[in-house]
Design a protein around this ligand. Structure first.
Ligand code: AMP
Length: 939
């Protein structure tokens, strides 16, 4: 905008002309040309914060003055006369339309919406009557363009504004400035701006593209599943407008999440996927290079398009069948891009989430995604939500069965998002609602919803017959003209183009399609790659457990010192002060290192080496078990200090946030973040390991299989506290067995580190290797403070992550008859038993990485025990849980590699099979634990 003021004809002598135009616009936005209306629409409103000044002060002053005069004009006579009473009623009527006009609006193209009585919109409800129609009343805050008007004119304007093709819901917004802004945008043009012929022709061209692709695919591949857009074609001009408009605002990236319906259309007509490539997919010719692949209507895509503000990068997220779960993934990806651009307000990257009506109303993750929208750790400057509302949900749904709310969008009111229900057959209205939505988002940085009310011409998919379950609706649909036909007829009627010209558009599109030409007209054929996230350094590496995670001791100690520094003036709480004091002693070599020290030092060293870190969890600042205290709270004034943000000048971002109490949306968000920020260590920490249950879908559909399905690499780390310590069935197990069950093709790493040095090197390995694979860590609880679970500075500086930890006891290998294999905290119970019972015949070997299973490394350890007779796997988890069923085949393979082949003799020591993860009674827990340790040595 600055540039325009400096360089355009607006500056200097022409300013008066612009002022005059602006004045005109204030009175009647329709009276100025499209481009000027667009421009003025985007100007910050004068009642906004002073920081949103506009550069041309005369215009600003003018606006202020007008605002003042309008306000004074709103002053209602204070006398008690019946006239002034009526005046009050008129103002109430105006507000009633703002509140409830949407219920009367013509938003349903099929006209199936049952009218509801709306007494508030009756004159009589306000003690007004037809007899008052010619009386002049003040218009108050109603943007009618004049201070006084006859009641008839006011009512007509209200009907036109609130009861035509757009049903606006915004009166639930508390902020007056936002409400005023929205009222002005709709009321000043009666929700129907006059678009130029050029603009309308362009809309028709895009509508034709939307319809053209579907009819081509329908004729060439009848009955093949494609989840076509038919009935909701206006979605395409809408997306076109959104992208062009945010581009005009200077945005650089748009990330889109959407389900199946309309996806192929979006890919080809907006993102510019080559039609020939799509057709190859339909013909089954396309072969993926690696992995198992996914169906075509789940595929993502990236491209650049040209807009008035320059090139904009578009990224369509891949997504699974389950609707809605992709929304928080998109948010995470957007936040990563905003962080990369230091775009704290969210001006440069826009998230668009596209929803189905039934899923929007039905899925809990929608609420969770709204809930995160303004929080510090997750906000993205407002999301544009579009509901492709086919009014039927999936196959047999009826509103009475799919929701208890009036609209499928009511959930959005929880964050006071404005909601625009718009008739999908009225492309002009769709364009207007879209423009207001984009402008609102850019102005207020909050979520906004467009409910595109349309229909689904075919069944749930193309092989499905919908009239079996929706006879009445489909009788109507069969007789209903397409949105393109209706719009073309309207443009012909308005003299915008001739019927032949409208038909030519169809022919032209079909020709392009047949020729395999790109049909997204804004596509940039040679895109600026700088707008893409660069993954090249991470591609094409085979999995390896090796990484050089060592560091020069002096440098490491300097960082250790820095991570313990808290400036004077911050009054640290007593227990926290003790933690920091101990860390200083550890750094000075006066105390063995504990978990908190090693973990924090892993972060400090990675930051110093240029890797951003993002650590999110319900209690991640402090750590659920108070071991971390990465965020120090000043006891004097409640302010916070994060030492890891002060490791060195120019260090990368260290982000740590306590999340809100969600797992599903939060884990999905972090997945989205990690798949967009390859250089970073991204960690999600569960409060207790089993909490990930609430996000199982994210684990199944993204974390474990995203690379195989879509080639999307992801280095996300999950810290899941796990261990049997008598805390009952809910807080003992992170369901290790479920992760192991999902492991194949080196898709992720599952580790159970048992020493501070191991977590230090494991976290460093995760980022220092050029490999990006999810890392699932069964992290400790009591081990955080276990006196045996310590390490040395030497081990940190010069060690590595050991996938297998050999026995550390001073055993004579020849005397060893039994090896107990184990993972995690039970090691310390086994070691204690051995030392108490002086069992020198038994070695204890820890498998610290359960997947990919370290066969070679285990073999190297076991082969030293030449007189080995018994091999036991010991776990705390019940027989049907933990690693036993999922990992025993790996152990047997290693046993078979040994000279005295013990494969078939691998024994189990653990809790008996159990429906619940752990016993609820402490006494039962203690007895089970004693028994399983005993079994490991003696059974
Ligand atoms: P985007 O910025 O998301 O559009 O990504 C740009 C390009 O980077 C994509 O077309 C992919 O080739 C690549 N890419 C993006 N994300 C990943 C990922 N998680 N793993 C591997 N490659 C990726």
């Amino acid at each position: 905008m600055e540039l325009m003021w400096r360089t355009s004809h607006v500056s200097g002598g022409n300013a008066h002309y612009v002022e005059a135009l602006y004045e005109q616009y204030l009175v009647d936005p329709n009276a100025v040309p499209d481009e000027w209306r667009n421009y003025f629409d985007k100007l910050p409103r004068p009642e906004g914060s002073p920081s949103r000044d506009i550069p041309l002060s005369p215009i600003r002053d003018q606006f202020y003055q007008l605002g003042q005069s309008r306000r004074s004009a709103q002053g209602v006579a204070t006398s008690d006369s019946s006239e002034s009473k009526k005046q009050v009623k008129v103002l109430q009527l105006i507000n009633a339309y703002r509140f409830r006009g949407h219920q009367k609006a013509d938003i349903d193209p099929l006209d199936l919406r049952k009218p509801v009585p709306i007494p508030d919109l009756d004159l009589s409800f306000h003690q007004l009557s037809k007899a008052d129609m010619d009386t002049e009343f003040q218009t108050g805050s109603f943007f009618l363009g004049k201070d006084k008007a006859p009641l008839k004119e006011i009512v007509d304007a209200l009907e036109q504004t609130y009861c035509r093709s757009i049903g606006c819901e915004f009166m639930h917004i508390v902020d007056t400035e936002e409400k005023r802004w929205l009222q002005q945008r709709f009321e000043s043009v009666r929700s129907k701006p006059k678009f130029s012929d050029e603009v309308r022709k362009h809309v028709l061209e895009r509508l034709t593209a939307a319809e053209g692709l579907e009819s081509y695919l329908a004729s060439k591949y009848p009955g093949t599943k494609r989840f076509g857009l038919e009935g909701g074609e206006t979605f395409i001009p809408m997306m076109d407008e959104i992208i062009q408009r945010v581009g005009g605002y200077g945005s650089k990236e748009v990330v889109i999440g959407m389900a199946h319906r309309g996806r192929l259309n979006l890919l080809v007509n907006i993102l510019g996927k080559s039609p020939s490539e799509l057709i190859e997919e339909f013909d089954g010719k396309k072969v993926i290079e690696k992995g198992s692949g996914d169906v075509k209507y789940h595929q993502g895509f990236s491209s650049n398009v040209m807009t008035a503000g320059g090139e904009v990068h578009l990224a369509l997220a891949f997504n699974p069948s389950h609707l809605e779960i992709v929304s928080p993934v998109v948010e995470g990806s957007v936040r990563a891009r905003q962080d990369r651009r230091d775009d704290a307000e969210g001006d440069k990257v826009l998230p668009i989430n596209i929803h189905g009506d039934a899923a929007f109303a039905g899925q809990g993750v929608v609420m969770e995604t709204f809930q995160m929208s303004q929080t510090r750790g997750f906000k993205t400057g407002g999301t544009l939500h579009i509901v492709i509302n086919n009014q039927v949900g999936f196959t047999t749904s009826h509103p009475q069965d799919t929701r208890s709310t009036e609209y499928c969008t009511d959930i959005a009111k929880m964050v006071q998002a404005p909601i625009f229900h718009v008739n999908g057959d009225d492309a002009d209205a769709v364009l207007h609602a879209t423009q207001v939505a984009v402008d609102y988002r850019q102005q207020f940085h909050k979520d906004v919803v467009i409910d595109l009310v349309c229909y689904r011409r075919r069944g749930h998919n193309e092989a499905d017959e919908p009239s079996g379950t929706q006879p009445m609706m489909y009788q109507k649909i069969k007789a209903h003209k397409s949105s393109r036909e209706l719009y073309a007829a309207r443009l012909v009627e308005d003299g915008v183009l001739s019927a032949d010209q409208a038909k030519d558009l169809i022919e032209k599109y079909r020709e392009d399609l047949l020729a395999g030409n790109h049909v997204a007209n804004a596509l940039v054929k040679e895109p600026n790659k700088e707008l893409f996230v660069d993954w090249s350094a991470y591609l094409g590496h085979e999995w390896t457990g090796d990484a050089d995670t060592t560091m020069d001791m002096k440098r490491m100690q300097q960082l250790a010192a820095r991570m313990c520094e808290i400036p004077d003036g911050i009054q640290v709480q007593r227990q926290v002060a003790k933690i920091y004091e101990d860390r200083r002693k550890m750094h000075a070599g006066g105390m063995a290192l504990n978990w908190g020290f090693a973990e924090t030092l892993a972060y400090a060293t990675l930051l110093e080496q240029g890797h951003p870190i993002r650590l999110i969890g319900q209690d991640s600042g402090r750590g659920t078990f108070s071991h971390r205290h990465a965020v120090v709270h000043n006891q004097k004034d409640g302010t916070t200090y994060v030492p890891l943000e002060h490791i060195g000048d120019g260090q990368p971002r260290f982000t740590i946030h306590d999340s809100f109490l969600s797992e599903e949306a939060v884990l999905a968000f972090e997945y989205g973040y990690a798949t967009t920020m390859p250089n970073a260590l991204v960690i999600w920490e569960a409060q207790f390991g089993d909490f990930f249950n609430g996000a199982q879908m994210v684990v199944d559909q993204f974390i474990s299989s995203g690379e195989s399905k879509w080639g999307r690499l992801c280095g996300l780390t999950l810290l899941l506290p796990h261990g049997y310590e008598g805390q009952g069935p809910e807080h003992s197990s992170a369901r290790l067995e479920r992760f192991l069950q999902l492991c194949a093709e080196h898709n992720m790493q599952v580790c159970v580190p048992t020493t501070p040095a191991q977590i230090y090197h494991l976290l460093r390995r995760q980022v220092i290797r050029p490999i990006r694979k999810p890392l699932v860590v069964m992290s400790p609880k009591s081990l955080l403070r276990h006196k045996e679970a310590t390490s040395t500075l030497e081990e940190l500086a010069h060690g590595r992550f050991n996938m297998v930890l050999a026995d550390v006891g001073k055993l004579d290998a020849e005397k060893v008859k039994r090896v107990v294999l184990c993972a995690g905290k039970v090691y310390y119970d086994l070691a204690a038993y051995r030392s108490e019972n002086e069992r020198e015949d038994t070695a204890i070997v820890r498998i610290e990485q359960l997947y990919p299973f370290p066969k070679e490394e285990l073999y190297e350890v076991l082969k030293g025990y030449t007189n080995l007779e018994q091999l036991v796997w010991c776990q705390e988890e019940p027989l049907n849980q933990g690693a036993w069923y999922q990992s025993q085949h790996h152990m047997r393979v290693v046993a078979d590699m040994l000279e005295n082949g013990l494969g078939r003799e691998l024994k189990f020591a653990g809790r008996p099979a159990s429906a619940a993860p752990a016993a609820g009674y402490m006494s039962v827990h203690v007895e089970q634990q004693r028994q399983l340790v005993d079994d490991a040595f003696n059974a």
